[in-house]
Design a protein around this ligand. Structure first.
Ligand code: GLY
Ligand code: MN
Ligand code: MN
Length: 447
């Protein structure tokens, strides 16, 4: 067996949750056409990868409650492999992936109904694979057609995302190791982009958002990352106030802040880092004022991130600091906005802070997993944090020009985002390979 044993352990844990007579079907992601006959760069399905470590397209995993694992994968095909690359093939798959048996994916429709016969419960990921529900119906139809021969058809359909999301929410040692390495790569790429920004401006060269995007990509790929975990945001000046802005052609000018939200994907795992820095390497007074409020908000959120806290606690901690800061610097007028408690209660901070302070992070940048749970009284409450959960902590302030808002702050957009592993002691920030302090940022942009 060549994949680490952790994949077999995860399959066994899933099997143990399928219930008597259960069977689970987990497909990987389809290849997708970008335009005409060009595909998008292939990205496997996260659930499938979590259970197999296998990254080829056209593959399915079938797991029974008894723990039997069957893979369907692309058959060996010399002609296709010349064009598209080597395939593992069903003959080598049991040895390589530790599954009990493997077949050609061309046999999927012929074999699947037989595997569903006399099974009670069928699990598959709901609403994640276009066409899967129809395919399942077809297979169940074939099973039902044999009912008069004494064959029993599954009577329960269950969402496989349920148990898998819960498993994925708590990262194991292999996952944490990969995520730490992904963060290290991304942090170095952020530093590279910061230094390029200052260097180009010092040299009097044109500086565009795409120049910094190119530095990020270089940093990711040079260190072995497969691709960015999501579309990199590189926003100069006022563009930082557009939350889902993408790196574009806009010029970055001396005196602008630059907001970069970018993280690489490494071996299937995302990192997600945001830094905001002065393009020329020196914060102005108003930039530093707002930056320090966001940094203090992040520190408060970090302090609130620990085992047995609730998911919403870091957000509430950040909002309290941001609200106070907005009143202190005049973004909010005390005469109309009231006290800090009023600002929080009536959400008067939302013109300047309109998103949540974090999200789960894992194979998907906005990773799976419920954000709420039922308490002892049956009420739905914010999720309790457990050791091994990974979440982002990313407060911000975004100031659009408006009447009653001090002009010195107009068009400043700041977000600081780090990735945190919940630990029994608190949380470990795994993305601090790139600094957040204003002095440290200025120092590295000077050198
Ligand atoms: N980069 C996406 C996010 O921060 O949520
Ligand atoms: Mn994020
Ligand atoms: Mn981000």
């Amino acid at each position: 067996m060549t994949t680490p044993p952790v994949y077999a352990e995860r399959r066994a844990r899933l099997a143990a949750q399928l219930g008597a007579g259960g069977v689970a079907i987990i497909p990987t992601a389809p290849a997708r056409i970008r335009n005409r006959d060009s595909d998008y760069l292939y990205r496997h399905d996260s659930y499938f990868f979590y259970l197999t470590g296998f990254t080829e397209p056209n593959a399915w995993l079938v797991i029974t409650a008894e723990g039997r694992c069957t893979l369907l994968c692309q058959p060996k095909d010399l002609e296709r492999e010349i064009w598209d690359g080597i395939r593992l093939g069903p003959e080598a798959a049991p040895q390589a992936l530790g599954v009990d048996e493997a077949h050609s994916v061309d046999e999927l429709d012929r074999l699947m109904p037989g595997w569903l016969e006399n099974r009670q419960r069928l699990w598959y990921p709901f609403a994640t694979h276009s066409g899967l529900e129809t395919q399942v119906e077809r297979w169940l139809g074939s099973v039902r057609a044999k009912v008069r021969q004494g064959v029993a058809c599954p009577t329960e359909l269950m969402d496989a995302c349920g148990p898998l999301d819960e498993m994925r929410l708590i990262k194991d040692a292999l996952e944490l190791d990969t995520m730490r390495r992904a963060c290290d790569i991304s942090a170095a790429a952020h530093i590279r982009a910061m230094q390029t920004s200052a260097r180009r401006l010092r040299a009097g060269r044109d500086l565009r958002e795409f120049h910094l995007d190119a530095e990020l990509l270089h940093g990711f790929r040079e260190a072995g990352s497969q691709y960015p975990a999501y579309g990199s945001i590189v926003a100069g000046g006022a563009n930082a106030c557009v939350l889902h802005y993408r790196a574009d052609v806009a010029p970055i000018r001396d005196g602008d802040l630059v907001l970069i939200d970018a993280g690489c994907e490494l071996d299937g795992y995302a990192s997600d880092i945001t830094r905001t820095f002065p393009a020329n390497g020196r914060f102005t007074g108003p930039q530093r004022t707002l930056y320090d409020i966001v940094l203090a908000a992040q520190a408060a959120a970090v302090d609130a991130t620990r085992v047995d806290a609730r998911f919403v606690d870091p957000h509430n901690a950040a909002v309290a600091v941001l609200a106070q800061g907005m009143l202190d610097v005049g973004l909010l007028d005390r005469n109309t906005a009231g006290t800090v408690d009023d600002v929080i209660e009536h959400r008067r901070y939302t013109p300047f802070y309109m998103h949540r302070t974090g999200h789960w992070l894992g194979m998907d940048v906005h990773d799976c997993g419920a954000y709420t749970e039922l308490n002892a009284s049956g009420e739905r409450v914010s999720r309790t944090l457990k050791a091994g959960m990974v979440l982002t902590i990313e407060p911000g302030i975004y100031v659009r020009p408006a009447e009653n808002v001090p002009e010195a702050f107009w068009n400043i957009g700041i977000r600081i985002e780090d990735d945190a592993v919940v630990t029994p002691q608190g949380c470990e920030l795994i993305s601090r390979g790139v600094p957040v302090d204003t002095d440290a940022i200025e120092a590295l942009m000077r050198d």
